[in-house]
Write a protein that binds this ligand. Structure first.
Ligand SMILES: Cc1ncc(C[n+]2csc(CCOP(=O)(O)OP(=O)(O)O)c2C)c(N)n1
Length: 623
């Protein structure tokens, strides 16, 4: 890590193999970015890892994980109207949370410039949907640039920052999962010394910054005018690339990851179409696109997810009276999933069946990878919690999941969580489920980071409107699923120690009267608390607490003298009831063909949370 930090701050030009997320941080430094904010979410957390590898005193910008994406956007905006180039980054669905603020950005005179880095997730690798955030660019009059590899992440960010500064506007840099995580050798420039100052440049006269009624319309016109200027910049930009294969019959307009996959697939093609690869995705460089379409008989638009370029290009061609045949999404599958090479091959075969010889086995790239269903780690407090909570609930009760590691409770053997939507939604959904429902108790789950992120309004609503649901707050002291980022109850932030804001105090402040607290390893006590809570006719909360054991054991392993411990099974006592495997479900237990159960030494962390699950006490304490 330290080496990464040293590399990122090098002053001479250098080349290094890095991830897209790491290349981005170097670009931020070179561009003179002063304030960076985020809320964690895949595929972007490694951006923060790279930032964290630079010792704080050497970092040329301020960074924070804010409590959610909306707040992160507001902090970055505030810094930018104070004259500092700023950047906010988060995952695809983070933009839904940030959107109330985000859509206003282009209406503001952002004197310092602001880059919004989006980590979209085609394929829903680690998201609850695969939304295409290019729509937001259209809706908010915000330019959008999209790189396709780490080198482009580096150059495109610098261009986005330049535009943002020059036009005092927000610029979106849209990354996708593969672009964030791909590694390649990137050639970095020298680091020019900058002279950052601490002068607050906010001046209301640069505004107005209060977009009310008539002012909002004036500002909208201004945003549209700036967009037209950016389109002129786009027309001359070398972020768009023309690959001239001297083929006037067939052309492809593409962008981002699909471009890389296309280059792979075309290696095997009998005919190479001309290619226009767009770096400016919104606004599209109209002049270039029109000329390309005009000069080909057929043009294929190759884009992942939605048909956004297709619509823009077809309307442009219609207005220009072009006769070219333009082909976009041709079947429903073309809207779904990542445009990896095999997918792009399928799409091209549908378009021009004669161009690719799919009978050639080398041209087909499928690789069989066995499914690895997600599961909770050995020792996870959530497992103990679900095991205990299940005993307290009836099969008629309705359970609502939220987002985080605890979502995995919906899987067998626990099957806790029958509905889930997005972060912080569980109390609201649960409240709705409790209406016209006197017979089936509603129990909702939520993690502690989510509690601070978007949970509070739903909880407050349950108190305010007296919804008789039970919330089980799964407090593990971290934002576990995205890599252990701190939250407000931890007592640490990205930059060091800070005041703890205990969950219980916040709940009390929100007016929750019935709060029960228990460590999840105390399974019988937790079962009793949940039984009591669900009988309560008012809104109640059970704080089911246990530190994230992955975080805990990682820390412990770093300590000198650490010795791994494991539980053991006394085969003489084991009656082969299989509660450890079937209802507790820790992956450490292995059931063999002969019926015996043993411990997987590589997995067991010796936490002993399983001891109480064995009716014959065959599981022995860790040693
Ligand atoms: C709006 C939004 N932002 C970020 C994420 C990414 N994300 C998925 S799970 C999660 C962590 C939730 O942490 P916590 O609630 O503490 O649950 P834990 O994983 O610790 O059980 C985050 C941030 C998301 N899904 N949606």
């Amino acid at each position: 890590m330290k080496n990464m930090g040293t590399m990122l701050m090098r002053e001479d030009p250098f080349e290094e193999i890095v991830m897209g997320n790491t290349a981005l941080v170097r670009a931020m430094i070179e561009a003179g970015t002063r304030v960076v904010t985020s809320y964690p979410g895949s595929p972007t957390p490694e951006i923060a890892t790279a930032i964290g590898s630079i010792p704080r005193e050497d970092r040329s910008f301020y960074f924070e994980f804010s409590t959610n994406e909306k707040v992160a956007t507001e902090v970055a905006f505030g810094a930018a109207v104070n004259g500092h180039l700023s950047t906010v980054f988060f995952k695809s669905v983070g933009l839904n949370v940030a959107s109330d603020t985000f859509v206003q950005l282009s209406l503001m005179n952002i004197i310092g410039g602001m880059v919004v880095v989006l980590g979209d997730d085609p394929g829903a690798n680690s998201s609850q949907n695969e939304q295409d955030n290019r729509h937001f660019a259209h809706m908010s009059y915000t330019p959008l640039l999209e790189p396709s590899n780490p080198s482009e992440v580096y150059t495109f960010y610098k261009e986005a920052a330049r535009l943002a500064r020059e036009y005092h506007m927000p610029v979106i840099l849209r990354l996708t999962t593969h672009v964030c995580h791909a590694k390649e050798k990137v050639a970095f420039s020298a680091l020019m010394p900058t002279r950052p100052d601490d002068i607050p440049r906010f001046d209301a006269a640069n505004g107005p910054y209060i977009p009310l009624t008539a002012e909002a319309l004036i500002k909208k016109r201004e945003a549209i005018r700036k967009l037209a200027e950016v389109e002129r910049v786009a027309a001359d930009s070398n972020l768009n690339q023309l690959i001239d294969n001297q083929n006037r019959r067939r052309g492809i307009i593409t962008m981002g990851l699909p471009y890389l996959s296309l280059m792979d697939v075309l290696e095997k093609a009998s005919e190479k179409p001309d290619i226009l690869k767009l770096g400016f995705v919104y606004p599209i460089p109209g002049k270039i696109v029109e000329a390309f379409v005009r000069s080909h008989d057929e043009v294929k638009i190759l884009e992942e997810l939605d048909n956004i370029l297709e619509k823009d290009i077809k309307s442009l061609a219609y207005d220009a009276g072009l006769k070219t045949r333009i082909m976009g999404k041709m079947d429903p599958e073309a809207w779904v999933g990542e445009y990896t090479s095999d997918k792009v091959q399928d799409v091209l075969v549908d378009t021009w069946p004669d161009m690719l010889d799919v009978r050639n086995p080398e041209a087909v790239l499928p690789e069989v990878v066995l499914d690895r269903p997600p599961q909770m780690c050995p020792g996870c407090g959530h497992r103990s919690a679900f095991h205990a909570i299940k005993k307290a609930l009836s099969s008629q009760d309705i359970t609502v999941a939220d987002i985080g590691c605890h979502t995995l409770g919906y899987l067998p053997p626990y099957e806790m969580g029958q509905v889930m939507m997005c972060m912080g939604a569980s109390p609201g959904i649960g409240s709705g489920l409790s209406l016209f429902n006197r017979s089936r108790k509603v129990v909702v789950f939520m993690g502690d980071s989510t509690f601070f992120h978007a949970g509070l309004p739903g909880i407050l609503n349950s108190v305010f409107n007296q919804h008789p649901i039970t919330l089980i707050l799964m407090e593990n002291g971290t934002t576990a699923m995205t890599g252990h980022q701190d939250h407000a109850a931890v007592g640490e932030n990205f930059n060091g120690p800070t005041n703890k804001v205990p969950v219980r105090q916040v709940l009390e402040g929100l007016g929750v009267k019935h709060i029960y607290e228990v460590d999840t390893y105390q399974q019988s006590k937790l079962t009793e608390h949940v039984k009591t809570a669900v009988q309560n006719p008012e809104f109640s909360v059970v704080i089911a607490r246990h530190p994230c054991m992955l975080k805990f054991t990682r820390k412990a392993r770093r300590k000198p003298g650490y010795q791994a411990k494991q539980v053991h099974i006394d085969q003489a006592l084991c009656n082969q009831v299989y509660d450890c495997v079937a209802s507790f479900g820790c992956p450490t237990f292995t059931r063999h063909k002969d019926g015996t159960v043993t411990i997987n030494q590589d997995l067991c962390i010796g936490d002993g949370s399983c001891l109480q699950t064995c009716p014959t006490q065959a599981i022995e304490k860790p040693r």
